[in-house]
Design a protein around this ligand. Structure first.
Ligand SMILES: [Zn+2]
Length: 444
């Protein structure tokens, strides 16, 4: 029989062993955090990215998004035209010979991009991805673009338009943002009706449901890998669960005219939303949600709060549906990572990754990695800001910010004794590539 003495000795040795040899995290990083960062960053630069969200596009292509920025929109400081990082991006990607975007200088860049667009080839956007070591990129667009190589760019299509089949005058009259957004939703609905060979709305709800389900299935056949909701721009992300009879009565009353009340429209939308989730489950199509702050002058932080979706995310009926809450729920990033405690819920760092600087993105990623590292993905939300600063430059900004921020977050965690550098690189690969590749079924 063993005496307890050796165990006590082992315990004492562990307590007084030099720092760094014990598997015990500490609240302050060791002094070599900068060196660890540099070592990790070198390796992280080599990880090919799987980009969960972007609007890869030329600036004059109206299919880039199902909505547009309202005219008076005020942008965050990092995204204003005078951010010198955009000049650095243009230099890195194209060898831009100027130090600002004065119109006579910007012309050099605009001409280059126009020539690429005129060529009609897919080579241009492939090369942009290659330069940034982005392997695969989801392209959230109204339609697939012929200039994007389908092997590299996978389509995420929009579904909000199904929520607006009735007379939308009352919606449009709400504010200047809705006046811009809603007519664009009507256009997408018209486009889907044309695609499905329908000249008018079906006479009954059953017909409308069939149209919704078939459009999703056809979009998937055309290459769609996920559906996207921008619903937070139009209404609350809280969706009730009304009985079908209620939706049927509302549809019967308004499908051929008349303006529904706010309550009637919301009830109908809540029901159609449930049809969309059901079909997403049947088709195994992940559902993307804008769940964060948004552009425009009337965006409601309350409506966009991802906690509004909790009743849906935690509904056992939907446990096989994959929910992807894009933009990290920013600024609700801590609530967001706890929403991903459910195995079918994911998030990404798109949009917020270029709203905030890498020092702040580092803090968010550190928190996420410390909790559910298998649920987080990189996203660029690359988007053209004007004819000169395009999706190309925002791809650069987002990819660079994320690589440096994740390297810094992991360097701090390694220096705090959380885990080894080898484990840190595994976690970086999960964030930048593997989690998304697994979710969308790409075997690499
Ligand atoms: Zn986006």
């Amino acid at each position: 029989m063993k005496t307890p003495t050796p165990l006590i000795l082992v315990a004492l040795l562990a307590i007084f062993a030099p720092a760094g040899t014990r598997a015990q995290a500490r609240p302050f990083p060791s002094a070599d955090v900068q060196k660890i960062y540099e070592r990790l960053l070198k390796q992280i630069a080599l990880i090919p990215i799987y980009n969960n969200h972007s609007h890869a596009t030329f600036p004059d292509d109206s299919d880039m998004d199902a909505q547009a920025a309202p005219p008076d929109e005020s942008s965050v400081i990092r995204l204003r035209d005078d951010n010198p990082e955009f000049v650095a991006a243009a230099k890195a990607l194209f060898g831009y010979p100027h130090d600002d975007f004065k119109p006579e200088h910007a012309k050099w860049l605009i001409d280059k991009k126009k020539a690429a667009e005129a060529s009609g080839s897919t080579v241009y956007w492939d090369r942009i991805l290659d330069k940034l070591n982005i392997e695969t990129c989801l392209a959230n667009r109204v339609a697939i673009a012929p200039y994007l190589n389908p092997k590299r760019f996978h389509w995420v299509f929009f579904v909000d338009s199904f929520l607006f089949p009735f007379d939308n005058h009352a919606q449009i009259a709400k504010n200047g943002d809705m006046a811009v957004y809603i007519p664009l939703q009507e256009k997408v609905l018209q486009r889907y009706m044309k695609q499905e060979g329908a000249s008018e709305l079906p006479a009954e709800l059953a017909g409308y449901e069939k149209f919704v389900r078939e459009t999703l299935a056809d979009n998937q056949k055309k290459g769609g890998v996920a559906m996207k909701f921008e619903a937070a721009y139009f209404r609350s992300l809280y969706f009730a669960d009304p009985p079908r009879e209620k939706a049927e009565a509302i549809y019967a009353k308004f499908h051929s005219g008349g303006v529904p009340s706010e309550d009637e429209y919301r009830t109908f939308q809540d029901y159609i939303f449930r049809v969309l989730i059901d079909q997403a489950g049947k088709l195994n199509l992940p559902m993307h949600f804008h769940s964060a702050v948004g552009i425009g002058d009337y965006f409601s932080l309350t409506n966009g709060n991802p906690l509004n979706l909790e009743n849906v995310l935690r509904d056992p009926r939907y446990k096989n549906v994959k929910f992807v809450l894009i933009h990290g729920g920013y600024p609700h990033t801590l609530e967001m990572i706890w929403l991903t405690a459910a195995k079918n819920v994911y998030t990404d760092s798109s949009l917020m990754g270029y709203y905030v600087y890498p020092s702040e993105l580092k803090n968010i990623l550190k928190q996420w990695i410390s909790l559910y590292p298998e649920r987080i993905m990189f996203g660029s939300d690359a988007f053209p800001f004007n004819d000169a600063v395009g999706a190309e430059e925002t791809f650069w900004l987002a990819a660079r910010s994320a690589r440096t921020a994740v390297a810094a977050a992991l360097a701090e965690l390694v220096a705090e004794g959380a885990f080894t550098e080898a484990k840190a690189l595994e976690l970086a690969r999960m964030y930048l590539h593997d989690n998304a590749a697994k979710l969308y079924g790409d075997q690499k």
